[in-house]
Design a binder for this molecule. Structure first.
Ligand code: ADE
Ligand code: ZN
Length: 337
C-alpha cells in the first residue's frame, strides 16, 4: 500500500477547521449574487490570486471580508454541507467544527441564524454521509472579554455546542484576558480549547493550560521554543491540533520541510493534522497528510499514529473512539505494518 492509498483509507478526525474558512471562491461568488453583496474581485481566478498572505492578520482581513456574503440560515447550511461532502471524500469520519458567531452578529446576522444553518447541515451530514461532528464556538480574542461573555450567554440559551475556543489575532490578546469567560463556560459543562502558540509566544500556551484549563491547544507549534513546555505536553499528552499547510501559507514556517510536526511527533507530543481554513490555504485534511508524508518523510506507521491521535483527541465517546481505532488497527494489519 502506498502512503497515498494509506492516507485515503485511514479513518480520520478533523479537529481544527473553521467553517467560515471553507468558503470556496465559487461559493463566495454564488452567495454574493444570491444576497446582492458586491465583491472586490472580477472573477474566481482573481480571488485565488488574492489568496497570498504575509501573516495571520493579512489572512484574517480577507477571511472576514469573505464572511460578508453569509447572511441566511440557508447560506450557513450550504457552506457546512459543502465542507462535509469534501471531508467525506477524504475519509474524515468525525469533524469538530469551529464557528465565529461574533463575525456574524456584529454584522446584524442573528446567532440563531448561524447556529440553525450549521446544526441542520451537521445532522444531515451525519445521517447521509456518515460524518459525525461536534460544534465549537470560538470567541474573537481581539474583541473584548465583555463581548465574549455576551456571546457565551446567547450560546448557553441556544445549546448545540460542545466546547468554546479562542481564535483571531493572537499577539497582544493572551488567553488570560478570557479567564472569567472560560471559567463560566466550564461551570456550565462546556469543554474548552484555545488557539495558542501559532504566532503568539509559548507563554500563551502555558496560560491556555494553567488558567483556561483547555483540553487541547490549537496550533501550539511554538512550543518547541520552550523545553519545559514540551515536557509538560508529553507528560500530560495534551493534544495539539496542528495545521501544517496553514502554517506555511501564513509564514509561521518558511517551508513545509522546516515544519516541526515530525519532530514533535517523534518526541511523543500528541500531534494531529488538520486543515484550518482549507478554502483559503488550498488544501483539505487529506492534502495536509500527503504534504507532510512527502515533505517531512513520515512513515506509514507515523501516518497511522497521526490518525489514531486525531480520534483519541476528539470529543467522541470512548466506545465510538474504540470502533474507529480498531478500524485503523485492521488497516495496519492489512498493510503489514
Ligand atoms: N481564524 C481562522 N483561522 C484562524 C487561524 N489560523 N488563527 C487564528 N484565527 C483564525
Ligand atoms: Zn485556526
Amino acid at each position: 500500500m502506498t502512503n497515498a492509498e494509506l492516507i485515503a483509507a485511514l479513518p480520520k478526525a478533523e479537529l481544527h477547521l473553521h467553517i467560515e474558512g471553507t468558503l470556496e471562491p465559487e461559493m463566495l461568488f454564488d452567495l454574493g449574487e444570491r444576497n446582492r453583496v458586491e465583491l472586490p474581485y472580477p472573477d474566481v481566478e482573481a480571488v485565488r490570486r488574492a489568496y497570498v498572505f504575509e501573516d495571520l492578520q493579512s489572512f484574517l482581513d480577507i477571511y472576514y471580508a469573505g464572511c460578508r456574503v453569509l447572511l441566511t440560515e440557508q447560506d450557513f447550511y450550504d457552506l457546512t454541507m459543502a465542507y462535509l461532502r469534501r471531508a467525506a471524500e477524504d475519509h474524515v469520519v468525525h469533524s469538530e467544527i469551529f464557528f465565529d458567531p461574533q463575525t456574524h452578529t456584529e454584522r446584524g446576522v442573528p446567532y440563531e441564524t448561524v447556529l440553525g444553518g450549521i446544526t441542520a447541515a451537521l445532522a444531515d451530514g451525519e445521517r447521509d454521509l456518515g460524518v459525525s461532528s461536534r460544534l465549537i464556538l470560538c470567541f474573537l480574542r481581539d474583541l473584548s472579554a465583555e463581548s465574549a461573555m455576551e456571546t457565551l450567554d446567547t450560546a448557553l440559551q441556544n445549546g448545540g455546542i460542545t466546547a468554546v475556543g479562542l481564535d483571531s489575532a493572537e499577539v497582544g490578546h493572551p488567553p488570560e484576558k478570557f479567564l472569567a469567560v472560560f471559567d463560566r463556560a466550564r461551570a456550565e459543562g462546556l469543554r474548552t480549547v484555545a488557539h495558542a502558540g501559532e504566532e503568539g509566544p509559548p507563554e500563551y500556551m502555558w496560560q491556555a493550560l494553567d488558567r483556561l484549563h483547555v483540553d487541547r491547544i490549537d496550533h501550539g507549534v511554538r512550543c518547541t521554543e520552550d523545553e519545559q513546555l514540551v515536557a509538560r505536553l508529553i507528560e500530560e499528552q495534551v493534544p495539539l491540533t496542528v495545521c501544517p499547510l496553514s502554517n506555511v501559507k501564513l509564514r509561521v514556517f518558511d517551508s513545509l520541510e522546516q515544519h516541526n510536526l515530525a519532530e514533535m511527533l517523534r518526541r511523543g507530543v500528541r500531534v494531529t493534522i488538520n486543515s484550518d481554513d482549507p478554502a483559503y490555504f488550498g488544501a483539505y485534511v487529506g492534502e495536509n497528510y500527503a504534504a507532510c508524508a512527502d515533505g517531512l518523510s513520515l512513515t506509514a506507521v507515523e501516518l497511522m499514529e497521526l490518525a489514531r491521535n486525531s480520534i483519541r483527541a476528539s470529543y467522541l465517546e470512548a466506545s465510538t473512539q474504540q470502533t474507529h481505532l480498531e478500524q485503523i488497527d485492521a488497516l495496519g494489519q492489512q498493510a503489514n505494518l
